[in-house]
Design a protein around this ligand. Structure first.
Ligand code: LMR
Length: 396
């Protein structure tokens, strides 16, 4: 029956995690997958999340199916976290939020919805983008193309080229944008650049689809949602898929959401209905525990402020290890320009290393990066940063 199928080559990110786990070298360092580790190299369990779980268990409620769109309390909190509680779009009823199975689940539900309702559109992703974006949208039947983004010469953004490309797209093209902490490059648009981009999206009648997987890992909760709030204020219709995997350190719980911010309440109601139907056809309804966690942490004033503090600590630690890596690299190889380590934001830095150089890092030094040259800053600690810097300098 299945002898004809092609073997799966493996995922470029998860395959490295497997290889890392099998590596017996004690000094190995995992800078591959986008997971935040603490200063001791452990995956943290945030006290706010632990307390939410304690309360959920103490409440001892039954476990009914959630509706297709997820738990109401979770959806309300998510919409407010994205837009800020006072955003007029919320009061105007223009936001349709559904709880999803991680933000990947949200991206997929959105992709299937769009394939049905904008069947003649292509999807445009940044060059480069998260490896799975292309597969997900192609999996929903789209043709996926790339707009210019990362500038290998400067380690920054090709903003003018990006704008010029978007200005040439047919109306209703779907444009996937990283709201903050771009994966894999760590290169983000400034607020002024978002302000310049939004009129282009409007004039060309494009559909922005934001991926917000790292809210709070860049500059702060509100700052990292600048694009979401500005797009909502502009009155454009757009999608945003967001995740709590990193910001609450709840990777395996699959806490995420998809929101459609629409031009009117009537449009939002229509979209919500079809999103519910899309969910029903894929996984029927999302998980209760994920929803309860998000609703408790965001909805309770004490837990919310604990979580915001914990998130700020993670953000701060990533800045400190970036600084430490930069300092050591400059000391070891002052002739080289290491400025990108500091200018890029969030969990990732794009080193510009070739796949062969990344292979040497792994094979000769037990330092694991993604073969695109992406380095997960959140796997650095004060204890391993020197070894990583020494290894990097040996392969550049
Ligand atoms: C990553 O980019 O490493 C993370 O978002 C994890 C994943 O699912 O790929």
């Amino acid at each position: 029956m299945f002898e004809h199928i092609t073997p799966y080559a493996g995922d470029p990110i998860f395959a490295l995690v497997d290889a890392f786990n099998q590596d017996s070298r004690p000094h190995k360092v995992n800078l591959s997958i986008g997971i935040y580790f603490d200063e001791q190299g452990r995956l943290p369990v945030l006290p706010s999340v632990q307390e939410a779980e304690r309360r959920i268990l103490a409440e001892g409620g039954a476990k009914p199916y959630l509706p297709m769109e997820g738990l109401a309390a979770c959806r309300t909190q998510v919409a407010q976290l994205l837009l800020g509680p006072q955003h007029p779009a919320l009061a105007e009823g223009r936001v349709a939020t559904i709880q999803t199975v991680g933000s990947s689940g949200g991206l997929k539900v959105g992709a299937d919805f769009l394939r049905t309702w904008l069947p003649n559109s292509d999807v445009w992703v940044s060059d480069p983008t998260w490896d799975n974006h292309r597969s997900m949208f192609e999996g929903s039947g789209f043709t996926v193309k790339a707009y210019p983004y990362y500038d290998a010469a400067t380690g920054g953004l090709r903003f003018e080229d990006m704008l010029a490309c978007l200005k040439g797209l047919p109306p209703r093209s779907i444009v996937l944008l990283h709201a903050c902490c771009h994966n894999p490059t760590g290169v983000d648009l400034s607020s002024a650049q978002w302000d310049a981009l939004i009129p282009v999206l409007r004039e060309r009648q494009l559909l922005p689809y934001l991926d917000l997987a790292y809210q709070g890992f860049g500059q702060g909760i509100a700052e990292d949602a600048y694009s979401v709030r500005a797009l909502a204020a502009s009155g454009l219709t757009f999608f945003v898929a967001n995740s709590f995997s990193k910001s609450m350190s709840v990777y395996g719980e699959r806490c995420g959401a998809l929101s459609a911010v629409c031009a009117s309440q009537a449009e939002a109601d229509l979209v919500l209905g079809q999103l519910r139907y899309t969910v029903r056809r894929i996984y029927s309804s999302p998980g209760l525990h994920a929803a309860s966690l998000v609703a408790h942490v965001l909805g309770d004033a004490d837990l919310r402020s604990m979580w915001e503090g914990e998130l700020a600590q993670m953000r701060q630690r990533m800045l400190e290890v970036r600084q430490a890596l930069h300092t050591r690299l400059c000391a070891l190889a002052p002739q080289h320009d290491w400025g990108y380590v500091l200018s890029q934001r969030g969990m990732f830095s794009y080193t510009g290393l070739s796949a062969e150089q990344v292979d040497r890092l792994r094979e000769e030094h037990a330092v694991y990066l993604i073969r695109s040259g992406r380095l997960c800053v959140a796997g650095l600690t004060q204890a391993n940063v020197d070894r990583v810097a020494q290894a990097l300098v040996k392969v550049v």
